[in-house]
Design a protein around this ligand. Structure first.
Ligand code: NAP
Length: 494
């Protein structure tokens, strides 16, 4: 009986090999025949600074996958990236019928990671990665594992497809999930025959909800919608940012280190600091000592107007004080003389890899209208005073419509003002109805308006409370009641 099963299996394997060998042959013919059309139709390789948030990355030995990846890139207005082996595969390497051929050995070795030549210039800016590969022995070639393990895919959407004559995608896509961060969102994969048409590819992308980049231009507001499951928002720079964090204004020395450490222990992953707060070194120390991988934490700092005359030096000083490798987000703290030049220095620092995203603080409609035409990179974030007594209801939609995320400072009214706000009758009643605190209701109100919150606190109980914002929802009526509390009452001068 065992012998029968063994023979059956052997026959199935031989059949599969023959089919794969055939695929190789056909593919080769197609590869050369299709070359001209491919070169005509395939979109140029990725250009730095190009306006797209989609990357189509493919591995192709014979040209089949390249052609289909080209269709996808063309349709999506995406950048196209070839995953190239440092040591190209020869015909013998790919011989399916030789048990010790290179491809055969790699596929049988779970730890094989063939080296990749070159890299994706700025993976951070892409929110969607379409990943295309041929099927080798029922699995993605091991070079796909090398590629996936080489970048941070946190928060990105990955859309896999394979090309093959005979084998389906099987579990080849699911088997790749463990290689990237849990926060990556995988779409269901699909197998395409080598001769698949452009409309088959584009129809499938449509079904998956993957739209061409240009068509999304008018949807910026929903594009920056908060994801209440991952508790993040994707910035226009492509990076995900947590939607609740810790503010550190007036927290200095050990108090600052302890507060940030307590917040990180309690799952907070967004920390707001500034040169002016005099605590960048303390924030950096708490981040370094947390034991949490650096890329899981998002740190914002700011340049003060007194630093605008030497912005490059100021950026390097911030990097040095923080000592956490790179800065996730740098803002200009206030408008002031030399702000455009300071912003341009931040743009250069983005290019140099020192800073990932940049933005502004205390910029309102008029200031933005004057400032934006003078710079190249649209700010990813604007941080302004926002609380129930100062709501900025005209400013927030204006900023959102530019595809920029809004973050509120003094969410609880700011030190010295919290008692009145937290004791507000309307807010207290809503809090009671939900079994929540006034602070939690105010923070939730912000989140439901699309405003990121960074309450400041040195009290671990408050820090904990300020993270528990996702197990209740304010009704439209409750939102309207809090909206009605606006007094246009600023709690600071800027
Ligand atoms: P805030 O968050 O409105 O209020 C902080 C005060 O609220 C502290 O006294 C804190 O006391 C208390 N608090 C926090 N959580 C509480 C809770 N759950 N229940 C009761 N009380 C609570 O003011 P902020 O810290 O000044 O502002 C937030 C952050 O915005 C700043 O830390 C800073 O990062 C940023 N900011 C930016 C600008 C700018 O110009 N860009 C300006 C100001 C502030 P405990 O310590 O006792 O918890």
């Amino acid at each position: 009986m065992k012998r029968m099963i063994y023979l059956g299996l052997l026959f199935a394997v031989l059949l599969c090999m023959a089919a794969c060998g055939k695929e190789q042959e056909t593919t080769d013919q197609e590869g050369s025949a299709a070359k001209r059309t491919e070169e005509e139709s395939v979109k140029k390789d990725s250009l730095p600074g190009e306006n797209t948030d989609i990357l189509v990355a493919y591995f192709s030995c014979t040209g089949t996958t390249k052609k289909l990846a080209g269709y996808a890139a063309e349709y999506l207005n995406a950048d196209l990236h070839e995953i190239r082996p440092e040591d190209p595969y020869t015909e013998e390497d790919l011989d399916y019928n030789t048990s010790d051929s290179r491809a055969n050995e790699e596929q049988n070795d779970p730890s094989a990671r063939p080296a990749v030549a070159g890299n994706v210039e700025d993976m951070g800016k892409y929110r969607t990665v379409v990943l295309a590969y041929p099927i080798w022995w029922g699995e993605a070639p091991k070079i796909i594992s090398t590629f996936l393990e080489s970048y941070d895919f946190s928060g990105k959407t990955i859309v896999p497809f394979c090309t093959s004559h005979s084998s389906g995608i099987g579990s080849s896509d699911k088997n790749l999930h463990a290689l990237v961060d849990d926060s990556a969102k995988w779409k269901d994969g699909k197998r395409f025959a080598a001769g698949a048409s452009e409309s088959e590819i584009t129809g499938w992308l449509d079904d998956m909800g993957i739209q061409p980049f240009a068509e999304k231009a008018g949807q910026e507001v929903s594009e920056r919608a908060f994801d209440f499951n991952t508790k993040t928002v994707t910035l226009n720079s492509g990076y995900p940012m947590p939607i609740n964090g810790l503010g550190t204004y007036s927290l200095t020395g050990d108090t600052c280190v302890k507060s940030v450490s307590e917040a990180l222990k309690r799952g907070v992953r967004l920390i707001d600091t500034a040169y002016m707060y005099g605590n960048e070194a303390e924030v950096g120390k708490a981040v370094r000592e947390s034991g949490i991988p650096r890329e899981k934490i998002f740190v914002i700092t700011k340049l003060y107007p007194s630093q605008f005359d030497e912005p490059e030096k100021a950026i390097d000083e911030a990097l040095k004080k923080l000592d956490i490798g790179y800065i996730d987000m740098m803002l200009l703290h206030h408008p002031g003389t030399g702000d455009v030049e300071a912003y341009k220095a931040m743009e250069q620092a983005v290019e140099d890899g020192k800073i990932r995203s940049i933005g502004l603080s205390n910029w309102y409609v008029e200031e933005l209208e004057e400032f934006l035409p003078q710079v190249n990179i649209t700010p990813a974030l604007v941080q302004n005073e926002i609380h129930p007594y100062y709501q900025e209801n005209n400013v927030i939609p204006y900023i959102h419509n530019l595809g920029i995320v809004v973050q509120g400072w003094y969410p609880l009214g700011g030190r010295g003002h919290t008692a009145e706000l937290l004791g507000d009758k309307t807010i207290s009643e809503i809090a009671k109805a939900h079994g929540k605190s006034s602070a939690q209701v105010i923070l939730r109100w912000n989140l439901q308006k699309g405003v990121v919150v960074i309450p400041g606190s040195s009290n671990p109980d408050h820090i904990q409370e300020n993270t528990e914002l996702y197990d209740f929802e304010l009704t439209d009526e409750e939102m309207a009641q809090i909206n009605a509390l606006d007094r246009n009452e600023k709690h600071d001068w800027y």
